[in-house]
Design a binder for this molecule. Structure first.
Ligand code: GLU
Ligand code: MG
Length: 461
């Protein structure tokens, strides 16, 4: 008991010293935030000096309305479950990582402290970070540690969100009017946006690998260096925050919708390699070559088996499924191949850098949940020693023998809710929780009449 309170006092001291350093460096605002189901930062702004005084007089026990862990995009709570009206909307305790406060160079005088939701002194079982950490732990029990590189696309539109809303979200103008894949002659506003984004992320200690023009009007792609799974996901959440803030500064809107308009798709490809006790575990010859090891084959088979069972983790919205179109570069068939961008799983790299690029998740997915699905798939494949189907060379969209990627949230959710495998790998409470949140989006759109329906039916029906 005495040791416990002594440790707490030391921790508070360390945290206070950390905040004092921030104040000395000119920080006046501290954001205390956690990550919601949608992968957004949610929290409160604190005056740095007041926070410091509070820490000097004792430990900090922040709380937040627990429903941030259970709403849809528009903050609608579900009809039942732990974050519904029946719950009374109580608070959830947060465990802030005060020592790892980081300055956010894209906001003046502001630092961020990330906090993990806790319940009964343990990580909250339904927090996205917990869902991922549990999967990672299960893989670690097999002696394997993933390294993760995330690659995300998004579309920049001209103007402000207020103007877009005022025009009923119609007539949106992408920041470029043509396909600028790999282009190095972007219009000045887009180039300046990319430059500032790279610079602030580097200044925050999260340098990106590259920013590139992508294959749709106004679309960019950002690639991140490899890192530890949770850290890579946290950085991605921060990057998205930065991208939106900086876009607004440049009178642009950054959209991470998976299908922001018909025929346009933004993906969040997850590159995953595995380190075993004896080194890289995916390659048959860890020194060179592109052949998968036996374990690598199991991992691929596990991904193709599990990912369609848990699709709401990597394609959470009605819109997410409109991305999976033939010849769009987003996958439409559950196939794998070597350096084959038409497949859902692309094996890429050589020897020690051999990795699995999972191309299914959209830019709209929470990276923690999407990665949890991927890690669960890899683990299942290895544990069950699954054998992958033959690798696909050439156009996987034409491989009618390969199963289709789920075509709608309704189909995906039906499968997820009743999947024994999903329950076994993620736990029934997490499946029920994530299904409830996904159903909110499904219900939201079910009764809405869209422009496309009117276009087809108004006169002809
Ligand atoms: N835009 C494609 C997707 O939605 C990917 C394009 C690419 O190969 O980078 O996944
Ligand atoms: Mg791309």
């Amino acid at each position: 008991m005495r040791t416990g309170s002594l440790r707490k006092a030391v921790e508070v001291q360390v945290a206070a010293d950390a905040v004092e350093k921030l104040v000395d460096a000119g920080v006046d605002t501290v954001l205390l935030a956690t990550v919601d189901v949608q992968g957004r930062l949610k929290g409160k702004e604190h005056d740095a000096q007041t926070l410091l005084s509070r820490l000097r007089s004792g430990p900090l026990s922040p709380e937040m309305c627990g429903y941030v862990l259970g709403t849809d995009l528009g903050m609608t709570p579900p009809g039942d479950g732990p974050f519904s009206w029946q719950s009374g909307f109580g608070d959830v305790a947060l465990l802030p990582d005060m020592e790892n406060a980081r300055v956010l160079p894209w906001l003046s005088g502001t630092a961020l402290v990330l906090a993990d939701p806790v319940s009964g002194g343990r990580p909250h079982p339904l927090a996205p970070s917990t869902v991922l950490t549990e999967q990672q732990q299960a893989l670690a029990d097999l002696g394997l540690v993933p390294a993760v590189g995330i690659e995300t696309e998004f579309v920049l539109y001209e103007g402000t969100a207020r103007d877009a809303a005022a025009s009923g979200w119609r007539g949106l103008r992408p920041a470029t009017w043509d396909n600028r894949d790999y282009a190095l002659d972007q219009p000045p506003r887009v180039r300046e946006f990319g430059r500032r984004l790279r610079r602030v992320l580097a200044a925050a200690g999260m340098p990106v690998e590259a920013v590139k023009g992508e294959g749709a009007p106004g679309q960019l792609e950002v690639t991140f260096p490899y890192g530890e799974a949770v850290a890579a996901c946290e950085q991605h959440v921060l990057f998205k925050h930065a991208a939106k803030v900086i876009a607004t500064e440049h009178s642009l809107i950054a959209s991470f919708m998976a299908a922001p308009s018909t025929g346009i798709g933004s993906g969040m490809h997850l590159h995953v390699s595995l380190e075993g006790l004896d080194g890289p575990a995916l390659a048959a010859d860890p020194a060179a070559g592109i052949e998968l090891s036996e374990l690598g084959g199991h991992a691929v088979a596990g991904l193709l088996t599990v990912l369609p069972e848990v699709a709401p983790l990597w394609a959470p919205y009605v819109n997410s499924y409109k991305r999976f179109a033939d010849h769009s570069f987003a996958p439409a068939r559950l196939a794998w191949g070597r350096d084959n961008r038409t497949c859902a799983v692309r094996v890429v790299g050589h020897g020690p850098s051999l990795r699995l690029e999972v191309r299914l998740p959209g830019a709209d997915a929470n990276p923690m949940l999407a990665l949890a699905a991927v890690v669960a798939g890899i683990r299942h494949g290895i544990e069950a020693k699954l054998t992958p189907p033959p690798a696909v060379g050439g156009d996987a969209y034409r491989r009618l023998d390969a199963p289709l990627v789920p075509r709608s949230l309704e189909e995906a959710l039906g499968r997820f809710e009743t999947s024994a495998l999903a329950g076994e790998l993620l736990g029934e409470p997490a499946v029920a929780h994530l299904a409830r949140v996904a159903r909110l989006d499904l219900d939201h759109h079910a009764a809405r009449v869209t422009d496309a329906e009117v276009e087809c039916g108004l006169i002809q029906a």
